[in-house]
Design a protein around this ligand. Sequence first.
Ligand SMILES: Cc1cc2nc3c(=O)[nH]c(=O)nc-3n(C[C@H](O)[C@H](O)[C@H](O)COP(=O)(O)O)c2cc1C
Length: 177
Amino acid sequence: MAGQLVGPFPKGKDPDDYDRLRRRVLWRMPAGIYLLGSAFGGRRNLMTHNLAMQVSVQPKLLAVSVRNDALSHELVDKGGAFSLCLLRREDRALARTFTKPAEEGPEPGMLGGVEVRDGATGVPVLCRSVAWLECEVRHRLPVGDHTLFVGEVVDCSAPDEEALLLRMEDTRLNYGG
Ligand SMILES: Cc1cc2nc3c(=O)[nH]c(=O)nc-3n(C[C@H](O)[C@H](O)[C@H](O)COP(=O)(O)O)c2cc1C
């Protein structure tokens, strides 16, 4: 949490300096940046997300870590599914747009001003994604201020496999640390 030093601290190191260094090192870990789609009870959301990785080959399992206080947490937990949309390099602005709950519209078929469609599990997927994966939640693991949702890939699509992907270093954003 902002402003709060998180231990443990190695002996002999200044907690403030150590906290800043640890943050910088954590931020330097190579990271992708995605939109995570979720839906439950008529509410849908897309959320800027980077704590995601494949965690099993057989079955095909993806883990996404979601803040406990996020709307997306409630929707993934209750809806039991999520999508992970890979973004185009030129779509940096989308990463900024989806750091707060997305409003429906302004037109039908749109969410937060972008065109979406419903995936097989009912979660929104970004139409202009490079590619997207859709997962059904198989495991939930509380991990501090986040929950790790592990989902099995049940569908995917790659509308533009040639497009360059947006990476964290293409933005001025970071998360975690
Ligand atoms: C670059 C970046 C990456 C983010 N990655 C995550 C993430 O992996 N997990 C997460 O819970 N929130 C992440 N967030 C925060 C969410 O985008 C969002 O601000 C917050 O969780 C509220 O989401 P909500 O719309 O579901 O309420 C990230 C934010 C930024 C700017």
